[in-house]
Design a protein around this ligand. Structure first.
Ligand code: ADP
Length: 308
């Protein structure tokens, strides 16, 4: 039996992470000699596109890079993961987005993000990619690009019966006129509290928050709760899907792996709970590996974990 290859379109961000490790943060006016440096591709859109592609989806990445060396590195990396890059715009005036995480001896992380070209992704740029959105089974969105461009992508998806997943990260308020075009919302604990004002530390708060979000018109709300797993709420179902027990190395990009896995599952035609399980497995595997891009799992690893 031949299985159709699921198609996912991602309209999202690119962030080159320039990671510095040092004993401590420098004081004002001080020059401090640090210990380690690393450069890693990232950005929620990029991570999620890579996650979906590694699981076997045909992925179109849509976004805006600078016409610079960082931009070239992104194109090369995405293509290595067989991601289509034809609808990525190169900005000749503003460079590729960067993040500068500083990690101290205690492992505490603080980061400055400069979105740069990401915030210049226009509605016209998105409309140019309408064919990729229309042909996809699932459109995957986050909030690291201009909200009006994300909303336009969601509208195009709705007009063409492409399901829309919005990962509302980083946490911010989202206009109801945008949420109208969203089918599945995947906030983590912080984003859920930001969107609802309800604490999600216990089961009743978690369910109450999910209900508030569902009432905004979504088909399903999927709250990701870290090591507590996921709460799935639809009009007819409330399901807690537990997390896998794994050896935690670095929780960076767990949510991105989850979204890539969930999108892949839905695009493949899996039932909602099955797609959530696929997301949970991808999220769990991501926390067992250091970094973002290197931690996005393969389909074999996810299958193996799901079969355990
Ligand atoms: P974010 O990275 O956006 O904060 P979460 O921390 O909620 O997202 O993680 C997303 C998903 O990844 C969770 O719902 C869970 O399935 C999985 N996950 C995250 N942390 C762990 C963990 N410590 N152990 C097992 N699975 C995890």
């Amino acid at each position: 039996m031949s299985v159709k290859r699921p198609k996912v379109a991602v309209v999202g961000s690119f962030m080159m992470d320039l990671v510095v490790k040092a004993e401590r943060r420098p004081r004002v006016g001080e020059t401090l000699v640090g210990e380690e440096f690393g450069m890693f591709i990232g950005g929620k859109g990029t991570n999620q596109a890579i996650a979906a592609a590694r699981l076997g989806a045909e992925v179109h990445m849509i976004g805006r890079l600078g016409q610079d060396q960082f931009g070239d590195i992104f194109i090369e990396s995405l293509q290595k993961d067989n991601i289509h890059t034809d609808f990525i715009v190169r900005d000749t005036e503003v460079g590729t987005g960067v993040g500068t995480p500083v990690i101290d001896a205690d492992g505490n992380n603080s980061i400055i993000i400069i979105p740069r070209a990401n915030m210049r992704l226009t509605i016209a740029n998105v409309e140019k990619a309408a064919s990729a959105i229309a042909e996809a089974d699932v459109l995957l969105l986050q909030l690291e690009i201009p909200i009006e461009s994300s909303k336009r992508a969601a509208e195009i998806a709705r007009e063409n019966s492409t399901a829309v997943i919005l990962n509302p990260a980083p946490a911010c308020q989202i206009p109801n006129e945008f949420l109208e075009f969203v089918d599945y919302l995947t906030p983590n604990e912080i984003e859920t509290e930001m969107l609802t004002g309800v604490k999600v530390s216990d089961q009743s708060g978690t369910e109450q928050a999910a209900r508030i979000l569902l009432d905004k018109g979504m088909s399903a709300v999927v709250l990701t709760l870290g090591s507590r797993g996921t709460l799935l709420l639809t009009e007819n179902t409330t399901a807690s899907v537990p997390a896998h027990k794994v050896n935690v190395v670095d929780t960076t990009a767990a949510g991105d792996a989850f979204c890539g896995g969930f999108a892949f599952g839905l695009a493949q035609g899996q039932k909602l709970t099955e797609a959530v399980r696929c997301g949970n497995a991808a999220g769990a595997l991501a926390v067992t590996v250091m970094g973002a891009e290197p931690s996005m799992p393969t389909s074999e690893a996810v299958r193996e974990l799901l079969n355990q």
